[in-house]
Unconditional design. Structure first.
Length: 122
């Protein structure tokens, strides 16, 4: 039994994934989650803006119960959440040129040497 455990560990160790392989697999599985997070950012941002406007209204009606800065802070956080997806999109395009042609993980697979030749890392 123990021999089987050690043998399976040895066989699995020869086909072990590297950290780069794990990062590539992670980036292949992220797109559905990014669209989900984008939707949540829009919805929660809108809720924060509406809540901020209501906090300002409550402050005008009852200044002793609601702090003055609660409304503007809620509005600022809502605006940040609403513009978060477009901001990350601009940052992505500025760092990686375009999502289809060149990404940061493509550098893992292919690198260009100083003399102009390219090598592929499999």
């Amino acid at each position: 039994m123990l021999c089987g455990l050690f043998l399976s560990t040895f066989v699995c160790a020869s086909t072990a994934l590297t950290i780069g392989d794990l990062a590539v697999n992670l980036t292949k599985q992220l797109p559905p989650y990014t669209t989900l997070l984008t939707g949540f950012a829009y919805i929660i941002g809108t809720v924060f803006v509406i809540s901020g406007v209501l906090k300002i209204k409550q402050n005008k009606e009852m200044p002793n119960n609601v702090p003055f800065m609660a409304g503007p802070i809620f509005i600022a956080m809502g605006v940040l959440l609403i513009y978060l997806p477009s901001t990350t999109s601009y940052l992505y395009y500025s760092f990686f040129n375009s999502p289809d042609s060149i990404t940061g993980m493509s550098l893992y697979y292919e690198s260009t040497l100083m003399d102009g030749t390219s090598t592929k890392n499999n």
